[in-house]
Design a protein around this ligand. Structure first.
Ligand SMILES: *Cc1c(COP(=O)(O)O)cnc(C)c1O
Length: 343
């Protein structure tokens, strides 16, 4: 049986969490003299709810996950860092990634002094065979699987994710920053059967709140309790909580935007495929396309000189640029510049 205590760092198990004024008092009151706040009412003079219960209750309804299985972080990047701090012993545990993938896993591992083990994706950017993965998963720690993967754009096989989690003694973190653009089912549906699973999602991409810094982690109540224990007391500010609540009140318009992005993704793929300078466009389940050019560095520079910034991924994947799906107008501008370069 998987026991979260056995993989939690001893200092974290033994420490006492900071108890803030707003976390100690539960109930109704009219006079708040417990937190040394300024009594003059603005919408920001009070500390925010440390556990963001109102926002969590909306997320709970939307995702059909109980409150105590939801953690909200200052972006999913905060959740990634807290997972390292709670479940990886510096210099002893390891983190496993499947490159090419999101860069923050590596950065967070380095900050926390955790050795990173790279198990490359296959040529078509799929997870490698279970045997290949198993021979690499030697010690406890964290496995990161990004699905849909950044920067390749494709979904990872969910059966393989299950197999990895069943086999591994540490935590398997599935990063679903782009899940809203994919037709695949979220790994949230696996939480009941896989106790060592953590699913990350974010308000930064489809939900349009990159500037608010709101990310979510879904996991067992035991894992979430540990993240809550070590997070900064007021990690999500009032403005961001309100912004997230507001978006969740406008789910229809978000879905419309997602549908538009997917339409644009198809249009852009067709337009790009007609260019002689384009060698290959990888399949995408996300809001970007990974595009291989004959000479990506020169295309990249040309685009910059015309005021268009895409992500140069050629150091990770030869001759590849990652292009975010923009608005119809932005995508047309991109295509007109690419056509110009070609002629
Ligand atoms: C953009 C992105 C995130 C989002 O991070 P936030 O801190 O929530 O903005 C997480 N994971 C991946 C793979 C991403 O591409």
């Amino acid at each position: 049986m998987f026991d979260i205590k056995s993989i939690t760092r001893k200092n974290i198990l033994n420490m006492q969490a900071y108890s803030s004024a707003r976390s100690e008092f539960k109930g109704k009151a009219d006079v708040w003299l417990d937190a040394n706040e300024n009594p003059n009412a603005t919408n920001l003079n009070r500390y925010p709810d440390p556990l963001q219960l109102q926002l969590k209750s909306e997320i709970s309804k939307l995702k059909n996950v109980p409150l105590e299985q939801i953690f909200i972080g200052n972006g999913s990047d905060e959740a990634i860092d807290l997972l390292f701090r709670a479940f990886c012993e510096p210099e002893t545990s390891k983190a496993y990634i499947f490159p090419p993938t999101y860069g923050m896993y590596q950065v967070s591992a380095a900050i926390n002094n955790i050795e990173l083990v790279e198990i490359p994706l296959t040529q078509t950017f799929e997870l490698p065979s279970l045997q290949m993965i198993q021979s690499n998963l030697k010690s406890e720690g964290l496995v990161f699987i990004c699905s849909p993967n950044n920067p390749t754009g494709n979904d990872m096989n969910s059966d393989r994710i299950k197999e990895i989690a069943n086999d591994f003694k540490g935590l398997v973190v599935v990063d679903e920053a782009y899940i809203d653009f994919s037709e695949s089912k979220s790994a949230i549906s696996l939480l009941e059967e896989i106790p060592n699973l953590v699913v990350l999602q974010t308000f930064s991409k489809a939900y349009g709140l990159a500037g608010a810094r709101v990310g979510t982690a879904f996991a067992s109540p035991e894992i979430i309790a540990i993240l809550n224990k070590i997070k900064p007391p007021y990690n999500i500010n009032t403005l961001s909580i309100d912004a997230a609540l507001n978006v969740l009140n406008n789910k229809k318009s978000i879905q419309k935007q997602i549908d538009e992005t997917i339409l644009e993704r198809n249009r852009l793929r067709i337009a790009l495929s007609n260019l002689l300078s384009v060698e290959k466009i990888y399949p995408s389940d996300a809001n970007f396309l990974l595009v291989e050019f004959t000479d990506s560095d020169s295309v990249f520079k040309e685009l910059i000189s015309q005021g268009i910034v895409v992500r140069n991924r050629s150091s990770q994947i030869k001759n590849c640029l990652r292009v975010t799906i923009g608005s119809k107008e932005e995508n047309e501008k991109l295509m007109s510049v690419l056509n110009e370069i070609a002629s």
